[in-house]
Design a protein around this ligand. Structure first.
Ligand SMILES: [Zn+2]
Length: 157
């Protein structure tokens, strides 16, 4: 059976919204395309179809938030998406995890997790062994994080 969902939008403000919350359009169920995935609207929580990468990353964000980690979606330029998590390292420095879906970059299943300074310099990165949201969670859990910082921490602007 073909999966159905409502149409979703990845906005320039890094929100994932159903077409109703985005523009007030009436919601109608439609088939999910082969380059799409299903996730939930940030506003109303209804199941929506968006680009596969955005869906995978958004579902990862929801998974990490359920575990108490302040993960959030960001626009990294040209509507390209990523999941970021700000934190203070045990060494006192402020860094962020940037997580991207490998399907987008390499056509393969899994995620790449990098560690970056506030200035965006990459100082660490996973290999290709991170396949699932739980793998991401386990990798982050082993990292020497002193504390996670809220998504809106202005030091990362
Ligand atoms: Zn909605």
């Amino acid at each position: 059976m073909t999966k159905k969902a409502y149409s979703g939008v990845w906005t320039p403000r890094a929100e994932v919204l159903c077409s109703k919350c985005h523009g007030g359009e009436q919601l109608t169920l439609r088939e999910v395309g082969k380059n799409e995935g299903i996730t939930r609207c940030d506003e109303c929580g209804v199941e929506i179809a968006v680009g596969k990468t955005v869906a995978l990353e958004h579902n990862l964000m929801l998974f990490l938030q359920d575990k108490g980690i302040p993960a959030h979606m960001v626009q990294t330029g040209g509507m390209v998406s990523a999941v970021w998590i700000h934190f203070q390292h045990a060494n006192g420095e402020l860094y962020y995890f940037a997580i991207v879906d490998r399907y987008f970059w390499e056509g393969e299943e899994g995620f790449l997790v990098s560690v970056n300074t506030v200035d965006g310099e990459m100082i660490d990165c996973t290999d290709n062994s991170i396949k699932t949201p739980n793998d991401v969670y386990n990798w982050i859990s082993k990292y020497p994080v002193a504390r996670f910082l809220p998504a809106e921490d202005e030091r990362f602007e």
